[in-house]
Design a protein around this ligand. Structure first.
Ligand code: SAH
Ligand code: SF4
Ligand code: F3S
Length: 453
């Protein structure tokens, strides 16, 4: 039997899709294109309206393939599945499985059953009481690459006014530290050189009733100590919960990369309060100051929302000011999007679309300047690049064959600050999964160009 997975949304969804693929391969399934698949799985995101709408258009697209293959069906997992549930069955009769985050562990078995019982539909959208531990299925091909993700918690308890995640991912449930450490060790044995710990709010790891008493700082130290691990990262961090020990870890743990994604959302205290973020600018700036004291070269990234209900020009100017003060190296910025069931969706005063669109453009133009500045600052420096694969442009030349340009090959990866780096290596041979010492020659708009040392 064949399967095809389409993934939307955050890294937690990407990681769930990777697990699903491994679990299906372990059961004898083969990954294929959608045209040859017996089951097409959509792992969905509903954080904003746009990704949710994409799910419906993608279902329309894959229906064509499913219609041509007798017995083939679609499965919808992730956050839109949790939100709409069995509602998919009526609207899209070729959808025969819906599963939420906590149902993912049982999805492979459900798919096997559905392939045998053609009149059946299955809905797995109940939240479980504890972290739904699943067989990591790590010993099945494909082997994890140099970079691996490990989920350390599920769900979120913060209920930020604009956010649907607590409804789609459920209450926060920390995973047992022993299970996290065991998965990390196995990944390193299998060749992973970098691990990114994942959760909606990793700084509150262990603070819920499901935790085993291990704090996030302790977990970080445990993972950092694994022999053979070169790089450790984590995402996402909520500023209100970042512990002093975690800030200090940036100066203490050599494997912890000098990069942190710390969502700010808005630079206006009034809007932060309305969002229910539970920190103000003064608190955020004090965290930044302490992070820079612990690790002076730390690269900071953030998430920003423009056009939250009631946001005035003056509020927005404060967001721009906050960006100028912190000088984020990178940011993901979004126009506020009403999500069903959230507190913000019920707020009466909405920002007109064109005003929000204009604010987003201004914010992104400001960010582009800071990003260019940060990348330009890297030119002339020596860096370590963890190679993830061939550079896109030179891909046809690689895979064992030397390029026409005298054997040089070009590889793509990240430096410790999380900059994308394309590095030209003098000799041929696959560099994927290795760390290349490189000299930065040039800064492009969103990446660096380097040559091997
Ligand atoms: N748990 C993470 C965020 C997960 S959602 C955190 O708290 O940092 C990723 C990002 O999507 C958020 O940081 C926010 O900037 C954005 N986002 C969430 N809901 C949104 C909405 N309704 N409209 C626009 N952007 C939203
Ligand atoms: Fe959403 Fe806030 Fe939870 Fe992040 S912390 S997932 S923004 S509710
Ligand atoms: Fe999207 Fe769900 Fe992740 S809403 S951002 S896939 S937690």
């Amino acid at each position: 039997m064949n399967f095809h997975i389409v993934t939307f949304g955050c890294q937690m969804n990407a990681n769930d899709s990777d697990w699903l693929a491994r679990a299906l391969i372990e059961r004898g399934f083969t990954p294929t294109g959608p045209e040859d698949a017996d089951v097409v799985i959509l792992n969905t995101c509903s954080v904003r309206e746009k990704p949710e709408l994409k799910v419906y258009s993608e279902l329309g697209r894959i229906k064509r393939f499913l219609d041509e293959r007798p017995g083939a069906f679609a499965a919808v997992g992730g956050c839109v599945a949790q939100q709409i549930g069995a509602g998919f069955f009526g609207r899209f009769p070729f959808v025969r499985l819906v599963f939420g985050t906590d149902g993912t562990a049982h999805a492979p078995r459900a798919i096997e059953r559905l392939l045998q019982e053609r009149d059946l539909r299955i809905s797995l959208i109940d939240f479980t009481a504890a972290y739904p531990e699943r067989d990591p299925a790590l010993d099945t091909a494909p082997a994890p690459g140099a970079q691996a993700f490990v989920t350390i918690m599920q769900g979120c308890d913060n209920y930020c006014a604009y956010c649907i995640v607590p409804y789609t991912r459920g209450r926060q449930k920390s995973r047992a530290a022993a299970a996290v450490l065991a998965e990390c060790r196995r990944l390193v044995e299998l060749g992973a050189r970098q691990i990114t710990l994942l959760g909606q709010n990793v700084n509150s790891y262990g603070l819920d009733k499901h935790g085993d008493g291990t704090t996030f700082a302790e977990l970080l130290r445990g993972v950092a100590a694994i022999d053979g691990l070169d790089r450790l990262r984590f995402t996402t961090s909520h500023p209100k919960d970042i512990a002093d020990e975690v800030i200090a870890a940036f100066g203490e743990l050599p494997t912890l990369c000098p990069h942190l994604h710390l969502p700010l959302q808005s630079g206006s205290d009034r809007i932060l309060k309305a969002m229910g973020r539970r920190y103000d600018m003064a608190r955020y700036l004090s965290i930044v100051e302490r992070l820079r004291a612990a690790r002076p070269d730390i690269a900071l990234g953030t998430d920003l929302i423009v056009g939250f209900p009631g946001e005035t020009d003056a509020d927005f100017e404060q967001t721009l000011d906050a960006m100028r003060t912190v000088r984020f190296e990178s940011s993901f910025s979004f126009r506020y999007s009403d999500r069903p069931g959230t507190r913000a969706a019920r707020l009466p005063v909405k920002v007109p679309e064109e005003v929000a669109a204009d604010r987003l453009l201004r914010l992104q133009a400001l960010q582009d300047g800071f990003t260019s500045e940060a990348l330009a600052h890297m030119v002339g420096r020596d860096i370590a690049v963890l190679v993830e694969g061939p550079s896109k442009k030179s891909a046809p030349n690689i895979h064992g064959r030397a390029a026409a340009t005298g054997g040089a090959t070009s590889w793509r990866g990240h430096d410790p600050y999380n900059h994308v780096v394309n590095v030209v290596c003098a000799a041929s041979g696959d560099r994927t999964g290795t760390t290349v010492r490189a000299h930065v020659r040039e800064a492009k708009k969103h990446s660096l160009l380097a040559t091997e040392r």
